[in-house]
Ligand binder design. Sequence first.
Ligand code: SF4
Ligand code: SF4
Length: 144
Amino acid sequence: MNAKEEIKLVDAVEISNADFDKKCRKCKESICCNSINQKIPTPKSKEDFDHLLWQVSHENINIFKDVDGWFLHVDTNCSHLLPGGVCSIYETRPWVCRDYTNDYCEYDVRIRDGVELWFSSHKQLEKYCRKRFKKWDQRFELYE
Ligand code: SF4
Ligand code: SF4
């Protein structure tokens, strides 16, 4: 990083720190900047769930369902998050970040504790699939 970039970064840190509200200051993990929730089509068939099983088998991937539908949840740190919970691109941060409110956020209830269904492993989701589909183990016959 050159000197000019460093000055810009310091400015951004000062601006964002100034706007940092009390609640976010207390939130040491900056929870909302450390994950992505992507809405996915409602899974219905065995093929749909088989695909989710593949996805949830990957590191840091979770799947959940809440009142708004089904989501892929990725535990991943935003590259713009600086120590102390400061956003290094505060002035130009994406809309989704601007629109996010801390009125009732993950600092109050962690997402996995507030949703209807939460799967963080192949084992958990497979258990659910076996309950949901009587002939779950015969699903591969569909492809043969
Ligand atoms: S909005 Fe909520 S989850 Fe995000 S940093 Fe602030 S308190 Fe933490
Ligand atoms: S761009 Fe900034 S506000 Fe948005 S997730 Fe990253 S660190 Fe957080």
